[in-house]
Structures are given as structure tokens and as C-alpha cells.
Design a protein around this ligand. Structure first.
Ligand code: HEM
Length: 408
């Protein structure tokens, strides 16, 4: 039997994790790096829907690291307690009930025209250049500006917000964070919360359509977001929704550039935009992994998990499982069941902003179709190195060439 090596820090894994995922799926759940590694679609789904697995692992690891460093960072500790993604029931059920109202698909759909305008503006200026960095000039600003607009905050704050946001996201991977980086997370989070606090104070009592006002309307009823919860929810919207969507847009462009026959199916109208978007999410999931910890002894997927065992759920490996997706390692833009991907998670914690990310990707695809653009990439892709759980490009230099007539 071949020994499977799982080293998410290696350069070869960064370049192509899918060969390793394939070997791991054949092996089934196994222990490595002090965790159980789950890669099969059915097994990952089983854990995601099982409430005996807690989402509070990362805050407990952060707590341990802060203890090791003898540091006290109250806002950082509180992020672990207040951010919906790390809560378990009953706190999660309450926050999710409130969040489902403000993140309702109809609310997110109302942002579609704005997403389309942002995509058009950024692509228009991008297309005038001979070669530009699609990630820096298009994929990065669009989600940041869309979120700022949803919160009714001026785009002039984009760079400050992006900087705070990038610093805070390291919270998600505490094992790799040293003392001075924790101090940086703490400072950035404190500033980010103070930034939102001024808008929250300003919006009290106003019935605006923006996310902050909507969250505050709910606080005026018997049960609603507290002011503090609303501030942490603003932070979460950026931490969960900006760099992930940036990665998604960049990955989409690289996939289309490197699969011209699939791009043609999109341009010819053979495949609907929503179906193509699901296949892109399935094939190159921006968030490759998430974690859980067992709250009790649990038998799942043929293995006996002990209370407090940590589980790494490889969402991207599940998305390439041949048991669910025929010829899963091939990019097939017309695939009929690509919506079964786990790129947005599954179950109680399934992504609240999934529709918003999809809207941005669909707007990008629609604009490509309208102009009959053919992206041409001249260099090998440079996958980002700062995160073990994300898959996205640092930069993507490309030309947009036009294929045939532009659709008016
Ligand atoms: C391509 C973009 C995105 C990807 C790949 C993504 C992925 C995910 C995944 C996998 C989860 C589940 C995590 C888990 O169960 O441990 C999640 C949860 C979440 N996402 Fe997203 N997300 C994206 C965009 C967004 C956007 C745009 C927002 C908000 C504006 C958002 C907000 C959230 C929130 C609040 C949760 C926590 C839900 C809960 O715990 O109940 N995400 N996301």
C-alpha cells in the first residue's frame, strides 16, 4: 500500500493539491499533522451536518497561542466568541436566524445591478491596456467596493479596509501566527471595529437599506443583533467575503483562459452563466478547507473520532470526488450537477454570502460574453502563499482579446 503524504505547506501541493486529494480520497479518513483529514464528498458532508462537531476550534487554538505568548487581546478573543462562523448552538441558531434576514437572497439579489456596474467599470478600463494584472485591477477591488456600497460606506476607505481585513484574516490560521503578528491582528481588529462603530452610531434610528441600518433595525425589536454583534458581523462580511471572492474571480479568469473549448461553450450560449459559475466554484474552490472539533466520541465515515479530536475538512478534495462528479478532475463548464460542490460549505454554517459571490462571478461571465472576450495568459500562474486554506492567485497578467463581434 502506498503511503500518502499530506503536506499542505509544500510547493508542489500549492501548485497542484488535486493529486494529493485524489490519493487521500482513496485512503479515506486518516490522521496526519495531529488532525483527522477528511476528503471524500460524503464524509465531508456528514461531518458538516453533524452538530456533534463544533465550529469553535479556531478560537480555542487562538486562545492557546495567546496564552503561550502571554498576551491578552480582548477584541481578538471576542472575535472568536462573537463571529457567527465560530459559534455553536444555541448561540449559532440565534445569530443565524437574525443573519438570515439581512443576508436573505432577495437582499443579496438587490445588489446585482451594482455588481454588474462595478464589473463593467473595472473591465472597461482593464481592456484598454495591452496587458494588466487582472487580480490587482479587477478581482481585488470589486468585492471590496460591493461590500462597502452594501454598508453605505464611501469607496475612498477601500485601501484602509483591505489592509485591516488582510491582517485580521490570519486569525483563521493561528498555528502559523507569531507573537508580533498577533499584535498586528489585535491592532487591526481594534481599528476596524472602531471604524464600524462610528457608522453604527450614525445609523442608529435610521431605516436605511444598507446592511448596517438593517442590522440595527433588528436590534430595536425584542431580539436582534446587539451593537457589538453588528460590528463583528461587519468585520465578518469582509473577512469571509472579500479575499474569497477576489480569489474566485481570479480563478475563473485563469480557468477560462486555459480552457478555450469551455470558454467557447459559454460564449456560444450553449451553457448558462449560472451553471458555468457553479463549475468554476467546484473546480477551483477559493476556500479549500475548514475545520471542526469533536464535542464527544463519534463514529463517522468508518472511523472512531474521540472527543476533542480535530478534523480538517478538505472541501476542494470533496469537489473532485469521482463518486459524485464524473471525471471530476476535468473542467466541464456544462456539468449537470456542479451545484453539488461544497465550496460554500454545507449544513448549518453554509455560507451566508454565497449568492453575493455568485452574483459577482455571474456578472463577470456576462461581461465576457457581451464583449466576446478571450483572456490570454502569458505566464505561469502564481498561486498565493500567505494562506494554507485559500486557493487564489497573487496576480494574473493577461490580455483581453476580442473573439468575433461584440454583443451590444
Ligand atoms: C467565493 C466566495 C466565498 C466562499 C468560497 C465562501 C466560503 C464559505 C464557506 C466554505 C463557509 C462555511 C465555513 C464552515 O462551515 O466552516 C462560509 C461561511 C460564511 N460565509 Fe462565505 N464564502 C464566500 C463569500 C462570502 C461572502 C461574500 C460573504 C458575506 C458578505 C460571506 C459570509 C459568510 C459568513 C457570515 C459565513 C458563516 C456562516 C455561519 O457560520 O452560519 N461569504 N463561507
Amino acid at each position: 500500500m502506498t503511503r500518502v503524504v499530506f503536506n499542505p505547506f509544500s510547493e508542489s501541493f500549492r501548485r497542484n493539491p488535486y493529486e494529493t486529494y485524489s490519493a487521500l480520497r482513496t485512503t479515506g479518513p486518516f490522521r496526519s499533522l495531529g488532525m483527522w483529514i477528511f476528503t471524500r464528498h460524503a464524509d465531508v458532508k456528514d461531518v458538516l451536518r453533524d452538530r456533534r462537531f463544533s465550529s469553535a476550534l479556531i478560537p480555542s487554538l487562538v486562545h492557546r497561542r495567546l496564552d503561550e505568548f502571554g498576551m491578552s487581546c480582548p477584541e481578538v478573543t471576542k472575535l472568536g466568541q462573537k463571529a457567527i462562523v465560530f459559534t455553536d448552538n444555541p448561540d449559532h441558531a440565534r445569530l443565524r436566524r437574525l443573519a438570515n434576514v439581512v443576508f436573505h437572497p432577495s437582499q443579496l439579489e438587490s445588489l446585482r445591478p451594482l455588481a454588474a456596474t462595478l464589473v463593467q467599470q473595472h473591465l472597461k478600463s482593464f481592456a484598454t491596456q495591452a496587458r494588466g494584472d487582472f487580480v490587482g485591477q479587477v478581482a481585488r477591488p470589486i468585492p471590496l467596493k460591493l461590500l462597502l456600497s452594501w454598508l453605505a460606506i464611501d469607496h475612498e476607505h477601500m485601501e484602509a479596509v483591505a489592509t485591516w481585513n488582510h491582517a485580521i484574516r490570519y486569525f483563521l490560521e493561528p498555528g502559523a501566527v507569531n507573537r508580533s503578528q498577533f499584535a498586528h491582528i489585535y491592532q487591526s481588529l481594534t481599528e476596524f471595529l472602531a471604524f464600524f462603530a462610528s457608522y453604527i452610531a450614525d445609523r442608529q434610528g435610521r431605516a436605511g437599506a444598507d446592511l448596517i441600518s438593517q442590522m440595527l433595525v433588528r436590534t430595536s425589536k425584542n431580539d436582534g443583533f446587539t451593537v457589538e454583534e453588528a460590528a463583528y458581523m461587519c468585520v465578518m462580511a469582509f473577512v469571509a467575503g472579500a479575499e474569497t471572492t477576489q480569489a474566485l474571480l481570479g480563478n475563473a479568469m485563469l480557468l477560462l483562459a486555459s480552457h478555450p473549448a469551455q470558454l467557447n461553450k459559454l460564449l456560444s450560449g450553449e451553457v448558462a452563466v449560472s451553471r458555468a459559475a457553479n463549475e468554476i466554484l467546484r473546480f477551483e474552490a477559493p476556500l479549500q478547507m475548514t475545520k471542526r472539533v469533536a464535542m464527544e466520541d463519534v463514529a463517522v465515515a468508518g472511523v472512531n473520532i474521540k472527543a476533542n479530536d480535530q478534523i480538517l475538512l478538505c472541501l476542494a478534495a470533496a469537489n473532485h470526488d469521482n463518486d459524485v462528479f464524473a471525471d471530476a478532475d476535468s473542467f466541464d463548464i456544462g456539468r449537470s450537477n456542479s451545484e453539488l460542490h461544497l465550496g460554500f460549505g454545507y449544513g448549518a454554517h453554509a455560507c451566508l454570502g454565497a449568492r453575493l459571490a455568485q452574483i459577482q462571478l455571474e456578472s463577470l461571465l456576462e461581461e465576457i460574453i457581451r464583449h466576446r472576450w478571450q483572456p490570454v495568459v502569458h505566464e505561469a500562474p502564481r498561486w498565493q502563499r500567505h494562506s494554507q486554506i485559500m486557493r487564489g492567485l497573487d496576480e494574473l497578467p493577461l490580455d483581453l482579446q476580442t473573439q468575433g463581434e461584440t454583443v451590444a
